[in-house]
Design a protein around this ligand. Structure first.
Ligand code: ZN
Length: 272
């Protein structure tokens, strides 16, 4: 379990203090923090709590949402991302994940150009505060409003464009498992030094909600074990981050769910 990380959104009903207690007691060594989880207390207090807990903080989620037809809105988003980077630094997170955004009122290419400009604008802040940025490509079903970065190839292009140690890519099996170029693009991502994060869950069959019906690893149709092997072979040594958005699991007993997450994780990685 030394590479297991759980994203705080996975146990959404738990507050940050409860998450810290439960993960510590269960032997989960790391977590990613969703901005909503620290909204009440602020980054300083949350950072103090996390530092005392001894848990590793893998990343802060999530910045991005750069494209907008309205220039003033784009500038607002850039300011928000800069503030989030400062919070990530106060929190002690080495990485901030970017859900890059899209505006359906313009072409995907225009949205991608605005994403590039947005990243360019916040990259100096990332370097200043010592927090890396990870572009997370999203499944094309989200290309309307959530992200114009829809394949690992596009994310690799974007990260390579900047040639900076402060920007890389987050690979999430839920978004990328279908891509016939996935293995090659994971190799490319590793080779360029851009593979910064790895997110795991599974695709429910049949899926009832395209956002909020993710499944435990090993219970759906994503070859999680095989993709994990490609990621390891590409040189990634970081945490495997369980990120499950699920109304069904959020409405269930979180202690049982946590036990099931750990069991599902061990089932895949114990013998690999
Ligand atoms: Zn993810």
């Amino acid at each position: 379990m030394d590479r297991l990380c759980i994203h705080s959104i996975t146990n959404k009903p738990w507050r940050l203090d409860t998450l810290i207690d439960k993960y510590s007691v269960s032997g989960v060594p790391a977590l990613t923090v969703w901005e909503d989880a620290i909204k009440d207390m602020g980054a300083k207090k949350a950072g103090d709590m996390l530092a005392k807990s001894g848990l590793d903080i893998v990343s802060y989620a999530r910045g991005g949402f750069f494209p907008d037809l309205n220039k003033a809105k784009r500038e607002e988003n850039i300011d928000k991302n800069k503030r989030m980077l400062e919070d990530a630094s106060i929190l002690g997170a080495p990485l901030m994940v970017l859900v890059c955004g899209a505006d359906p009122g313009q072409s995907l290419q225009q949205s991608r150009d605005q994403i590039r400009s947005g990243i360019e604008a916040i990259l100096p802040t990332a370097a200043d505060v010592g927090v890396k940025l990870a572009i997370e490509p999203l499944h094309p079903m989200y290309a309307d409003t959530r992200s114009a970065i829809n394949t690992l190839s596009i994310a690799n292009d974007m990260a390579e464009y900047f040639h900076s140690e402060w920007i890389g890519v987050a690979i999430d099996v839920y978004h990328l498992w279908w891509d016939p170029q996935l293995k090659e693009q994971i190799q490319r991502c590793g080779k360029s030094g851009n593979l910064l994060a790895f997110h795991i869950c599974d695709w429910n069959v049949p899926t009832e909600d395209l956002l909020l019906d993710r499944e435990l690893m090993g219970r759906g149709c994503i070859p999680v074990k095989e993709i994990s092997r490609w990621v390891d072979e590409a040189g990634f040594k970081g945490f495997r981050e369980v990120e499950i958005f699920s109304n069904r699991y959020w409405n269930s007993d979180q202690d049982i769910f946590l036990r099931d997450i750990i069991a599902a994780y061990n089932e895949i990685y114990d013998k690999s």
